[in-house]
Design a protein around this ligand. Structure first.
Ligand code: AMP
Length: 283
């Protein structure tokens, strides 16, 4: 596996692989890799001949009050996991390589960025789309893989790719979970045993909603209330939002159909977790 923090070296790798006629797959991450990230690598390998992964904790997508400085990092471990799963090129830039002094241009997302996550993290999706746009230009992937775990993020990335006519395919990989349902997240490392027990409320609430929907409940309002009721059984959790929305622009719906998304964010202690479910698709 190649590894570099330099933009010029990454460009060289991309040019060589393209010169050999290879299809390039790309997996952008913030590192502290887990099985969810590695499932994206598997998906990229299935669709491409050479796979690049980036590890970059992007300061632009963190608010001053967010967890940028304590975001978990372990490059030696990430390197071993990425290489073991078949990543061909690991791009690990530092902030000055991505944003040299004077770098001020930002991507402005559409209105879908203002609701749910965007309401609680103003500017977050502009930061995400800016770094994703830069990385897409550098890597020139034929296919890029994202997790459904961050469903609003991938919805906005898809919209950017469509609106700016990027010639690449966006693949969405289902959320990888612990056996008890907790969605894998780099932030899970922050959770004490007590926090973790509370954090299970997110996936439980989503599963309850899915069960009710399969049982015939179609009212978005009642599904939302059911999610809220389940969350109330976990006193350590404070919900930021519960969304019952459609998948294109994440606009709220009144009737839940197959494919409707139920998404939520909740805080446990000082950790903020998100999760979602696509009704009718997964339990
Ligand atoms: P992050 O490092 O948290 O920015 O995530 C990098 C990519 O991995 C994003 O596309 C996430 O949606 C995806 N991802 C994170 N957690 C999971 C998970 N549990 N299952 C599948 N994909 C995930």
């Amino acid at each position: 596996m190649e590894e570099t923090g330099e933009v010029t070296a990454l460009r060289r790798w991309v040019a060589e692989e393209r010169g050999r006629g290879k299809r390039i797959g790309f997996v952008p991450t913030m590192g502290y890799l887990h099985e969810g990230h590695l499932a994206l690598v598997d998906a990229a390998r299935e669709r491409a001949d050479a796979v690049a992964m980036s590890i970059f904790v992007n300061p632009l997508q963190f608010a001053p009050t967010d967890d940028l400085s304590r975001y978990p990092r372990d490059l030696p471990r990430d390197r071993a996991l990425a290489a073991g799963r078949g990543v061909d090129c690991l791009f690990v830039p530092d902030a000055s390589a991505m944003y040299p002094a004077g770098s001020e241009t930002r991507v402005v997302p559409g209105a879908a960025a203002d609701r749910w996550e965007g309401e609680f993290r103003p500017g977050h999706f502009s930061g995400v789309l800016t770094v994703v746009a830069k990385l897409f230009h550098l890597v020139q992937p034929d296919v890029a893989c994202f997790g459904r775990k961050d469903i609003q993020q991938v919805t906005l990335v898809r919209a950017m790719v469509r609106d700016l006519d990027w010639p690449l395919e966006i693949v969405v990989v289902p959320t990888i979970r612990e056996s008890d349902g907790l969605a894998l997240s780099s932030r899970n490392v922050y959770l004490s045993a007590e926090d973790r027990a509370q954090a299970l409320g997110l996936s439980r609430a989503l599963r309850d909603a899915d069960r009710r929907w399969r049982g015939g409940e179609r009212s978005a309002e009642r599904l939302e209330r059911a999610v809220r009721d389940t969350l109330r059984m976990y006193p350590g959790l404070t919900a930021d939002y519960i969304a019952v929305c459609e998948p294109t622009a994440m606009a709220p719906v009144t009737d839940a159909v197959a494919g409707t998304i139920v998404a939520l964010a909740a805080r446990v202690g000082s950790t903020r977790l998100i999760d979602n479910i696509v009704l009718g698709e997964e339990a």
